[in-house]
Design a protein around this ligand. Structure first.
Ligand code: FMN
Length: 383
């Protein structure tokens, strides 16, 4: 299950994020006539039998979208969120003996418990999906069947992860090279959902293709839908692009025109304006924030505000630091103080990005080992 150890090949996928200053500027408004607001873009979405209040989603982001962070995002209006990718094979091996229902205490060791936390619903998370990755449909079936005690609202299949450790086993974005396997895996998840999970919808997240010579999102999505997928999320980069270059939103628009199920758009959503543009340009049913939400759970309420009024207000520095501290406290309750403090180091960088003096804050935070140390750094800095 150890997706926290995924190696992103030395690339910093966050280096392309929105410039620091944009996060801290005063009230921002989008340059289109006020008569167009509220826009028609914020609305409920139906994924099979699952009804969602709105269409601003939190994307799966390994190492970042832990349940504490998902809770913060839900508070700020994320209508649906995804766990980070979890290995179907490892999940089945770890939990077939003890089950996931005991995730709160009686599982045998801390590592297994930490892993179980990845797939648990956040305290206030109304709607969430557990994302599985695997190359073998039987493993996906067995792992999905174990998830009943967690009552996920959907099962999501990862067909986009570019990390070598995942791809070399034929999973993640390697599935884009093997569309028939996508069909088998989605069918297996649908069967598990029907037999064990009260028929929750199965969704899938794909890329544009393996590389620029093999753009096949349309074929992969069609096969997934024929096998029973009830929503397709498209991150329109190829595996070869990893997280670099620009995502090609024309692929999202094209997929929307081909499918009868909702299409969720992903890629280069760093600001509320980006989300508005994606809705306008692609007509997608929903958008999912990934890097744009890291350290910035406020992007959901800001985007809804923009879609409804034409303007949005950046969160003040103090609110961002307060969110970081709440994140740390919830994470500590889940995985223990020591591990949480280590995990929080990279998250703290995201929360303090663009803040004047943020570098000094980060310099101190990378040495913090307790919640109290983090708190005193934050307080000194704010004072
Ligand atoms: C560090 C990192 C981890 C990610 N982990 C996952 C994951 O577990 N599952 C998944 O489907 N996508 C994952 N993604 C992809 C994102 O969900 C999203 O599709 C991608 O980052 C494009 O959106 P963005 O350009 O707005 O960040 C990850 C992305 C990053 C940068």
């Amino acid at each position: 299950m150890g997706s926290r150890k995924l190696d992103l090949e030395g690339e910093n996928p966050f280096s392309k994020s929105e410039s620091d200053s944009a996060l801290c500027s005063p009230l921002r408004s989008f340059p289109i006539p006020s008569s167009l607001f509220p826009t028609p873009y914020y609305h409920p979405v139906k994924i099979g039998s699952l009804e969602l209040e709105g269409n601003l989603f939190l994307a799966p982001v390994a190492g970042y979208t832990d349940r504490a962070f998902r809770s913060l995002c839900a508070e700020e209006g994320a209508c649906f969120s995804f766990t980070e990718l979890v290995s179907a094979e490892a999940l089945y091996r770890s939990y077939s003996r003890y089950g996931l229902g005991e995730a709160n205490g009686s599982v045998p060791n801390a590592a297994v418990q930490t892993a179980a936390n990845l797939v648990r619903r956040g305290e206030n998370e109304k709607r969430y999906a557990i994302q599985l990755f695997g190359a073998d449909s039987e493993s996906v079936y067995k792992a999905a069947s174990l998830l009943a005690p967690l009552r996920p609202d959907a099962l999501d299949i990862n067909a986009g992860c570019p990390v070598p450790k995942v791809v070399k086993n034929g999973a993640g974005s390697a599935l884009m090279k093997n569309p028939s396997a996508i069909g088998r895996i989605v069918s297996a998840a649908v069967r598990a959902g029907r037999e064990s999970l009260g028929s929750v919808p199965v969704t899938i997240k794909i890329r544009s293709g393996w590389d620029s010579k093999s753009i096949n999102y349309a074929e992969c999505a069609r096969i997934a839908v024929e096998a029973g997928a009830e929503m397709v999320s498209l991150h329109p980069r190829t595996r070869a692009q990893n997280y670099g270059g620009k995502s090609d939103w024309s692929h999202i628009a094209d997929l929307v025109s081909r499918l009868s199920v909702p299409v969720t758009g992903s890629g280069d959503l760093y600001t509320p304006e980006d989300a508005l543009k994606m809705f306008q340009e692609t007509n997608c049913a929903a958008v999912m924030f990934a890097r744009g939400a890291m350290g910035n759970p406020f992007i959901f309420s800001q985007t809804r505000f923009l879609l409804e009024t034409g303007a949005w207000q950046p969160a003040p520095f103090s609110a961002r630091i307060a969110a970081a501290m709440r994140h740390l406290e919830m994470l500590s309750a889940d995985i223990g103080e020591r591990t949480a403090c280590l995990e929080m180091r990279k998250q703290f960088c995201a929360y303090t990005k663009g803040i004047t003096g943020g570098a000094a804050l980060r310099e101190k935070a990378v040495h913090a080992e307790t919640v109290a140390e983090y708190r005193s750094i934050a307080e000194t800095f704010i004072a």
